[in-house]
Design a protein around this ligand. Sequence first.
Ligand code: ZN
Length: 190
Amino acid sequence: MELTFWGVRGSIPAPGPGTVRYGGNTSCVSLRTEAGKLIVLDCGTGARNLGITLMGGEFAKGAGEGSILLSHAHWDHIQGFPFFVPLYVPGNKFHIFGGAKSSSMLEGILEGQMAPQYFPVQTLKNMGASIDIVAITEGTPVPVEGCRVLARTNPHGRAGALAFRIEEAGKTVVYASDAGYPPSGPPAWM
Ligand SMILES: [Zn+2]
């Protein structure tokens, strides 16, 4: 498995000379499985550069397929979603997994940030690619791109954030981003 870090910042993008080494984009990590499949972990602003890179391959021809795992829907984890170019190419297929009470609720959350007051392209269906959205619950393994994915909820904000354990042929990657700051008073990061 090969991991690439496209965005490593939290809360808001942090460009500038102090963040040159690891970049200033918010959360986005891509994973290429041993079998060559694509899993995207979170869609912060780092997803923009990931998308541009993917357009150098089959995603430009509408022949790409991949899965997106969303830890939670705070802005720094979804803000790059509307700017992820492969989503606009008809023929591409994406499977989106995230924590919500239902798949339609998760779809509504993603649609919400693309409401006309916030973004010019309305609705996921207008993006072009085939997109299916599945709400997952912690503790129940789901098959994703040939891997076994197990989610657990970390304490984070009101709804928590999912951490993902991804297993493929004896190899394991754990993606655990946001977890536990004091439940009352100003957040520690402010
Ligand atoms: Zn968060």
